[in-house]
Design a protein. Sequence first.
Length: 221
Amino acid sequence: MARPRAFVFDAYGTLFDVHSIVDAARAITPDPQALSLHWRQKQLEYTWLRSLMERYEDFWVVTGQALRYAVRRLGITATEAQVEALMDAYLRLAPFPEVPSALRALAGTPLAILSNGSPRMLEGAVRSSGLDGVFAHVLSVDAVAVYKPSPRVYELAPQVLEVEPGEILFVSSNGWDVAGAAAFGFRTCWCNRANAPAEELEATPDYEVDRLDAIADKLGI
């Protein structure tokens, strides 16, 4: 395949480790991993439900609702101040270790983020990760008020980058996101960090890697 004319990255779970909130979660539970997993699962579930119900709220609201549900589901006692502290941790998610070098290897081609995150959340994650100035565009679903995998979300990237969908390589660690992007018409790269089986959604990624810094080698860059 020809070299992509743009690289578009999912944010959460792809560039930024959503489970890096575990240290902050130790303040309220002896099993912070369980809280993190329940929180993330409910967060995604709420995005899909809100899209189907056509009851959009931005990702900050959804993330807060998901956290409060997870706390109740696990029987955790937490004050409002402790909940707010965990929410603030989401503004400073750690990038995966290879992210800076992976992005440097792809420099020279426009890079963008396309994410469920609200603009404020994405700005915080990019800034705290030292990635200011790396991305030509940081695109939020807020612009269309619906969540992935709606085609209306994926359409934001070719509109802003002014290239055809097939000239974009979309990179995500979420198999369902890769499937949605492929259905839209992007070339796709699945960062399969967990060595998970492929989703049964009739969409095979063009590339599969286990770390983002393997993309350049896959493309022969």
